[in-house]
Design a protein around this ligand. Structure first.
Ligand code: PEP
Length: 253
């Protein structure tokens, strides 16, 4: 059975008290309304990691993640945060290759390989993002585009390594736009991703990897999207900043 996951990406939002309030609300709701077999991951900005970790302590269904890590181990890299540091602050997951980082911070497929290596060698689970821009979707070449992202960044990893990853398919045209992919569009791409992983690592390995959908996911559409065979949960941006909406999404399986 693949792990079901709902991960919240706070992006660059929440002052100290806002982040603490949001976390406390989520913790209380999940204590009162237990969710079955779903791992909920909070991915706040770095400065919130320590405080969020304290607030989620003892709640097994909630884990901590970060939104990025350095491609380097340690040293004179001002402003960077290493995967080892994230682990030492209690993070278990790290988002790698979000489209905002690819486009605004010029993160290449090669750099993302290095970040993924850092995450894996420090026992963090990478949530590896892929997804196409609108013009590629309109040209009908979206599957090839996403497959190339995965091949170039990930296909150098061993079977044991690749099994540790979570993949997040996030069509760029659906991120923060209110325009969600249809559940069929999500399923088609998730199935194509799984088939692509299978072509390199075999079916048994591909069947073990959780693939999340991201892009304007909300309580009103999560159930339909999560009902699809190859959709194992969601990476949630905007709606993860509203405790009620986020927990309702986590309850949508
Ligand atoms: C994201 O940025 O990962 C995301 C899915 O954002 P949103 O849910 O706001 O579209």
């Amino acid at each position: 059975m693949r792990k079901k996951i709902v991960a919240g990406n706070w992006k660059m939002n929440c002052l100290l008290e806002e982040g603490q309030k949001l976390t406390s609300e989520i913790v209380n709701m999940i204590k009162d309304e237990p969710i079955k077999d779903v791992k909920v991951i909070l991915n706040p900005p770095f400065v919130h990691l320590y405080g969020v970790k304290k607030l989620i302590a003892g709640v097994d269904s909630i884990a901590l993640g970060a939104q990025n890590c350095s491609d380097k181990e340690a040293g004179a890299y001002t402003g960077e945060t290493s995967a080892a540091m994230l682990g030492s602050f209690g993070a278990e997951y790290v988002i790698i290759g979000h489209s905002e980082r690819r486009s605004m911070f010029n993160e290449s497929n090669e750099l993302l390989t290095e970040k993924t290596k850092q995450a894996l060698s420090n026992n963090l689970t990478p949530i590896f993002c892929c997804g196409e821009p609108l013009e590629i979707r309109e040209a009908g070449t979206h599957e090839d585009y996403v497959k190339a992202q995965l091949t170039e960044s990930l296909f150098g990893f061993s079977e044991d390594e690749i099994k540790k990853l979570v993949i997040a398919y996030e069509p760029i045209w659906a991120i923060g736009t209110g325009k969600t992919a249809s559940s069929e569009q999500a399923q088609d791409m998730h199935a194509a991703i799984r088939k692509h992983l299978s072509s390199k690592y075999g079916e048994a390995v591909a069947e073990e990897i959780s693939i999340l959908y991201g892009g304007s996911c909300k309580p009103s559409n999560a159930k339909e999207i999560f009902s699809k065979a190859d959709v194992d949960g969601g990476l949630i941006g905007g709606a993860s900043l509203k405790s009620r909406d986020f927990v309702d999404i986590a309850k949508s399986f």
